[in-house]
Design a binder for this molecule. Structure first.
Ligand code: THU
Length: 132
């Protein structure tokens, strides 16, 4: 499994701007839309800790702001952790809002370690628009 270089580079570039003064953990993310466009994001922490935004949600908000209706084909999460971090629960819920049925998630770190799994494995029985 070859980590997609364009997603890795977008996540890396966004992570350089991480605002992580409270946890010290720098996280980058990148998403590929069904249209092919790629958007990056980084974690943005807050003195009121609960107001922190994860890298994945940052990437998704940028994509919606730029494109409106989006469909996410691929997500990459870049952490400094070993094993690489998966998306948190809140990010899984937000990914579910926009995920293509075949959406896949890469969890990678700087050492090039990583794995790819279908998003549906991360978030089975999701509560999404189809439930309403
Ligand atoms: N974080 C992310 O950016 N994405 C995740 O999926 C997990 C956690 C961030 C939030 C916080 O700034 C730091 O990592 C530690 O939790």
């Amino acid at each position: 499994m070859t980590i997609p270089a364009d997603l890795f580079e977008a996540a890396c570039a966004a992570r350089a701007n991480a605002h992580s003064r409270y946890s010290g953990f720098r996280v980058g993310a990148a998403i590929r839309l069904a249209s092919g466009e790629v958007f990056g994001g980084c974690n943005v922490e807050n003195a009121s800790y609960g107001a922190t935004i994860c890298a994945e949600r940052g990437a998704i908000m940028s994509a919606v702001a730029a494109c409106g209706a989006i469909e996410i084909a691929e997500v990459l999460v870049l952490s400094e952790a070993n094993p690489p971090w998966p998306p948190c629960g809140m990010c899984r819920q937000v990914i579910a809002e926009f995920a293509a049925p075949e959406c896949v998630v890469w969890c990678v770190n700087d050492s090039g370690e990583g794995s790819k799994r279908p998003f549906a494995e991360f978030f089975p029985q999701s509560f999404d628009a189809s439930a309403l």
